[in-house]
Ligand binder design. Structure first.
Ligand SMILES: Nc1ncnc2c1ncn2[C@@H]1O[C@H](COP(=O)(O)OP(=O)(O)O)[C@@H](O)[C@H]1O
Ligand SMILES: [Mg+2]
Length: 240
């Protein structure tokens, strides 16, 4: 299905989205459980906007982010730039995500240069020379410098690791970055620096950000609009 949406002004447009998890008890005749997690979600995010999504732990925020990337099954429609992309790879070109624990998403065996180049290789983008130049540019953009490409993950602080994760997301030049509790595991001062990095990237690249957090202070500092999720339902967005 590749139905197009009329509302081409939105970068991300979610219509009547629901999602559920199915599990089974052990055994041949294990009973099937269906747990509804998201109920009739409607949301628009516009180009260049920083949108906050807040709500208690377990209310469904990460599930919504995973639906946007098509990593979790859902009912309803998700339009990106007005199009209903079915493949994960196509969506990943437009939307990238950064997670809470930067250490967990980086392979400790590889050098930083390799880790930054990997998304380009997966998406078959650029020549080796172009990719090397983009790695240098990206390191600078996330507040590090090209000398970091020779280091390994174990030689970096938590904040530096998160900068690398943000770099891996940015190197594909997405239009929307989803930050899922991306500063929650960091010390307050380091978290504040990462918030400022999101703001810089938003200003210099016109990047849109879906900032998911349970920290209202961070949302107030960074976001243009905010919506509250409760038990899988979303409040109408309000200006911050
Ligand atoms: N893979 C899964 N299988 C079954 N239930 C899940 C799975 N992932 C999350 N859940 C449940 O779905 C609900 C929403 O989870 P999640 O989206 O991670 O919430 P949040 O990010 O807001 O903390 C929770 O009750 C959680 O236990
Ligand atoms: Mg979560």
């Amino acid at each position: 299905m590749n139905r197009d949406n009329n509302d081409t002004a939105s970068l991300l447009s979610i219509r009547h989205l629901s999602s559920e998890y199915t599990s089974r008890n052990y055994g041949l005749f294990g009973k099937k459980h269906i747990k509804k997690v998201l109920h009739d979600i409607n949301l628009d995010i516009y180009p260049g906007e920083i949108f906050g999504l807040v709500g208690e732990s377990g209310c469904g925020k990460t599930t919504l982010a995973r639906c946007i990337l098509n990593l979790t099954a859902y009912q309803g429609d998700i339009f990106l730039d007005g199009k209903n992309y079915a493949s994960r790879l196509e969506r990943a070109r437009l939307v990238q995500m950064v997670f809470q624990d930067p250490g967990a998403s980086l392979n400790p065996v590889k050098k930083i240069g390799w880790l930054l180049e990997e998304p380009l290789v997966i998406h078959r983008m650029g020549t080796p020379e172009e990719r090397a130049a983009l790695v240098d540019e990206t390191l600078t953009r996330v507040g590090l410098d090209p000398s970091y490409k020779k280091r390994r993950v174990t030689e970096l602080s938590g904040g530096q690791k998160q900068r690398i994760c943000i770099g891996r997301a940015l190197i594909l030049k997405p239009k929307l970055l989803i930050a899922d509790e991306a500063v929650s595991a960091l010390d307050v001062s380091v978290g504040a620096q990462i918030l400022n990095l999101f703001r810089d990237l938003h200003e210099s690249l016109g990047l849109s950000v879906l900032f998911i957090s349970h920290n209202m202070n961070a949302v107030e500092y960074l976001c243009d609009r905010v919506a509250v999720m409760q038990d899988g339902k979303l409040s109408p967005p309000a200006p911050v």
